[in-house]
Design a protein around this ligand. Sequence first.
Ligand code: AMP
Ligand code: ZN
Length: 460
Amino acid sequence: MTTIKLYNTKTRKKEVFEPLRRDDVRMYVCGPTVYDRAHLGNARPVVVFDVLYRLLRHVYGEAHVTYARNFTDVDDKINARARETGRAIGEITAETTQWFLDDMGALGALEPDHMPRATDYIPQMIAMIERLVAERHAYEEEGHVLFAVESYSDYGRLSGRTVEDMIAGARVEKAPYKRNPMDFVLWKPSSDDLPGWESPWGRGRPGWHIECSAMSYELLGESFDIHGGGNDLMFPHHENEIAQSRCAHPEGDFARVWMHNEMLQVEGKKMSKSLGNFFTVRDLLDQGIPGEVIRFVFLSTHYRKPMDWTAEKAKEAERTLRKWYRLAGLSGESSRYDPLVQALSDDLNTHEAISQIHALANAGDVNTLRFGLEMLGLWPGAIPKWAEIEGFTDAETGTISHLIQRRETARKKKDFAEADRIRDGLARAGVKVVDTPEGAEFEKLPNYDVNVLDEVWGGL
Ligand code: AMP
Ligand code: ZN
């Protein structure tokens, strides 16, 4: 079986991945708070962990991987949005959830096996909080329930901070109901105009962190294999998840491997509304940038490096993918290519996988090319509309693309006789070739004859 190695934030080492159960590899990734369109940065963890999900399914079998990613549908940002717009909370969260699924679907992301919504797990959150209170890891004060960070000696270990560092760094305000400024909210009171649920501490709503602990416990158990998210979540969110889960279920390990993607920037700068370089995935799709292109640009940088989105990269990616899709149009089936699986198994080396696909495409190895595209989630099942050539079927497009690829290789080798033979063959078949900066484009001439095309192809 393929050996997968993953970088574990917890140990700060790349480790051989050994799932707890080979017949059920379990992964949890923190999902979006649903009050607005996903920005481009939000898509990075989705794409990164989608590649990991595909790799795990390839190695352990589709039926043996369980992937859960939550929707945070109770949050003060959502309440604020409802107030500003005068719309119902449920309407906003339902609409935004669907937007998220549509936009991530356009990026080729598979839907996780479980997509729990926080508001469907309130009783489980209350049960976990009750347990923390009973075990003296949490206390009630002024209608709030707080987690006592001093009750968990490993607090801060994931991000490598001490409680003193955290207090200094976070400049936390000492709310009157907190015994220690680092203590965090598990439950807080809701006024009548805010969403709330009955609880042993009165009508209220959960804090953000508890939902991931309660839902991962419910869906994946007290010990599971992988927990992922952006590295901005490492502190405090993931530290708090660990503290809650380990204290409520000391019999378990919670997540064994922690994985964090680095942040996305735009043209070298942090994406922010004030810099005017903030945009959503939908903005790009609406500008006509195909989802496959966005995904390709993401995967060209390793997930643990900061990734820079640039318009130039998107253009380059479109040229490359157009060529690959047209070549893959000729593939009858996908055939496994081990070096590519090995590259991805090396802590998701997508950059290396893409280099290999370049080589497979240049060699005209269509079935392995298709396999590589599939592993990266870049194969939509047929040539996508934007890469099609009007008037030609996928197979014809594949044949012509191959002939052009051969002509290029022949030219590079200074085999001009071969290059001319291919050019003349295409002309005889009624295919006009126009070289453009975007690559070769072709058109059907009135004398187009697919039989001649096949003859030329067969005669090489
Ligand atoms: P949020 O809605 O802010 O909680 O973010 C949802 C997910 O997007 C989390 O996993 C974040 O780590 C991730 N995320 C947010 N901003 C960026 C960014 N600029 N680059 C990469 N990931 C991000
Ligand atoms: Zn989380």
